[in-house]
Ligand binder design. Structure first.
Ligand code: FES
Length: 56
């Protein structure tokens, strides 16, 4: 499932970046070599990041 349409970031890529040590959207996107553009995805991305951090 795509989390960020602007950057074509998939949920599995987001979760992998969190597992490798990033815990904020800006850090996670940077880890993937991207940065937020429109910002529409950020609250959804935050939720996924929190759930991945909680399950670590
Ligand atoms: S959907 Fe992620 S920055 Fe636009």
């Amino acid at each position: 499932m795509v989390v960020c349409v602007c950057n074509a970031i998939k949920e599995k890529d987001l979760r992998a970046a969190v597992r490798s040590g990033s815990d904020k959207p800006s850090a996670v996107y940077a880890k993937l070599g991207r940065k937020p553009k429109c910002g529409q995805c950020l609250s959804y991305a935050r939720g996924i990041i929190e759930s991945e951090v909680a399950s670590a």
